[in-house]
Design a protein around this ligand. Structure first.
Ligand SMILES: *Cc1c(COP(=O)(O)O)cnc(C)c1O
Length: 372
C-alpha cells in the first residue's frame, strides 16, 4: 500500500515521515518539553496549539491511515474524544466483543443518560449496515479483542448512513499496515498507540485519524478542552517505535501463524482463535479485508481457570502481563479481567513478539504441559 501524499510504500513512509527538511535541523524531531512559547506568531500554548513532537507522530500515523491525525494521552483518551462528538441522546452501536474499556465508556455514558447503546455481533454485517442508517456513532473493532473476530468493514462502511453519523473503527489490532478503515469509507480510525505503534511497552498514547477536515478540527478542539494531550516523551518514543513497525509486525506475524498452527495440534489445547487459521469463523472475511493476520492469538487450554493460571505462571520467555503489540511476547487469562468475566475461563490471550519462534514454542509447550 502507498501513502497518498508521498507516493511511497507505507513501509518507507514509516521510516522517513515526520521529519524537518531544513538544513541543520536535527534528523529526528526531538522531545520538546514546552508548555508555552514566546508570543508573537505561531504557537502560544501546547494544549491548544500542539507541539512539534506531537505533530511528528501525527504526520507518521496520519500518513499510514490516510488522513489527518490527532494524538492523545492514551488510546482511551482518543476513544473518548470520538464519543465527545455526540450530541445528547445519541444512539451508539458497539460490538458484542470489544476492548473492555470502550464497552465500559459506552455503558457508563448510557447509565448517565448521555446516549443509548446497542450491541451488535461483529459477524452480523446486515445488523451493522442497518445501524449505519440509524445510529449516530457506529463503533467497530476488528479484529476484536480478545476473540479476534474480523468484521466485513468493506461492506459495513459502504452502507448508507444517517446524516452526520460517525463510523469509527478501532484499528489497534490490525495496525494501519494490515487494514485501512478510512479507505473502506470509515469516518475515523483509532489507534491505541500504546500497543503496536509504540511497540515497546513503555508509553501510553492514542491517535484518531480522519479525512473529514471539520471533524479533524473538532477533535483537536476536544483535546484542547479536555486536556487529553500526549506527553512529550511519550510522543517522541511513539515516533521512535513507529519507525520499526513494519519489520516488527512482519516478524511477529510470522511467529504468530506458526504458534497458532502448532497450538491447534496441541493435545492440551481445546480451541485456537487466530484470524489466519482456516478454522476461525471469520477466516474468509479476514482474507478479504486484512493484509496480514496480526500477532494476537487467543486459545483455550483443556481444563479450567486454574490450569490457565498455571500456564501464565509457568512461562519463562513469554511474560505474564497484560497489553499487547510489543516486541516481547505476553500472555494473560482474559476472564480474570474486570468486565471480561463472560469469556471462557481457560481463555489465554497471547500477544506474540519478535523472539525466535522455536524458543517461543518451546516455552509455551513446556508451560502448558507443566500446568496439567
Ligand atoms: C489497549 C486498547 C485500547 C485502549 O488504549 P490505551 O492506550 O490503553 O488507553 C483501545 N482499544 C484496543 C483494541 C486496545 O487494545
Amino acid at each position: 500500500m502507498q501513502n497518498h501524499s508521498s507516493g511511497l510504500k507505507l513501509e518507507s513512509w514509516l521510516v522517513t515521515a515526520g521529519r524537518s527538511a531544513e538544513p541543520g535541523a536535527p534528523l529526528n524531531v526531538p522531545p520538546i518539553p514546552a508548555s508555552n512559547f514566546i508570543l508573537g506568531q505561531g504557537r502560544s500554548y501546547a494544549r491548544t496549539d500542539s507541539t512539534p513532537t506531537w505533530e511528528a507522530l501525527e504526520e507518521i500515523v496520519g500518513g499510514l491511515e490516510g488522513g489527518h491525525a490527532v494524538a492523545f494521552a492514551s488510546g482511551m483518551a482518543a476513544v473518548a474524544a470520538v464519543f465527545d462528538q455526540l450530541a445528547a441522546g445519541a444512539l451508539v452501536a458497539i460490538p458484542d466483543d470489544c476492548y473492555q474499556g470502550v464497552a465500559g465508556l459506552a455503558m457508563a455514558g448510557a447509565a448517565r443518560g448521555r446516549w443509548s447503546v446497542q450491541r451488535i455481533a461483529l459477524t452480523d454485517t446486515a445488523g451493522w449496515q442497518q445501524a449505519c442508517a440509524e445510529a449516530d456513532l457506529i463503533w467497530l473493532e476488528s479484529p476484536s479483542n480478545p476473540l479476534l473476530t474480523v468484521a466485513d468493514l468493506a461492506a459495513i462502511c459502504a452502507a448508507p448512513r444517517k446524516p452526520g453519523a460517525i463510523v469509527a473503527v478501532d484499528n489497534t489490532f490490525a495496525t494501519p499496515l494490515n487494514q485501512q478503515p478510512l479507505a473502506f469509507g470509515a469516518t475515523v480510525s483509532v489507534q491505541s498507540a500504546t500497543k503496536f505503534i509504540g511497540g515497546h511497552s513503555d508509553l501510553l498514547a492514542g491517535i484518531v485519524t480522519t479525512r473529514d477536515e471539520t471533524l479533524w478540527r473538532q477533535l483537536q478542539r476536544t483535546r484542547a478542552l479536555t486536556g487529553a494531550t500526549p506527553g512529550t516523551l511519550e510522543a517522541f518514543l511513539a515516533v521512535r517505535g513507529a519507525r520499526t513497525l513494519a519489520i516488527r509486525l512482519e516478524r511477529a506475524q510470522r511467529n504468530a501463524l506458526t504458534l497458532a498452527q502448532r497450538l491447534e495440534q496441541h493435545p492440551l489445547v481445546t480451541r485456537v482463535r487466530y484470524p489466519g487459521l482456516p478454522s476461525h469463523p471469520t477466516y474468509a472475511v479476514a482474507k478479504r479485508v486484512l493484509k496480514g493476520f496480526g500477532t494476537i492469538i487467543s486459545f483455550d487450554v483443556r481444563g479450567d481457570a486454574t490450569v490457565a493460571d498455571a500456564v501464565c505462571r509457568n512461562v519463562r520467555l513469554i511474560r505474564h502481563a497484560t497489553s499487547l503489540g510489543a516486541v516481547e511476547s505476553t500472555i494473560e487469562r482474559r476472564a480474570a479481567i474486570a468486565g471480561q468475566e463472560h469469556l471462557p475461563p481457560p481463555l489465554l490471550r497471547l500477544s506474540v513478539g519478535i523472539e525466535d519462534g522455536d524458543d517461543l514454542w518451546e516455552d509455551l509447550d513446556n508451560a502448558i504441559r507443566a500446568a496439567n
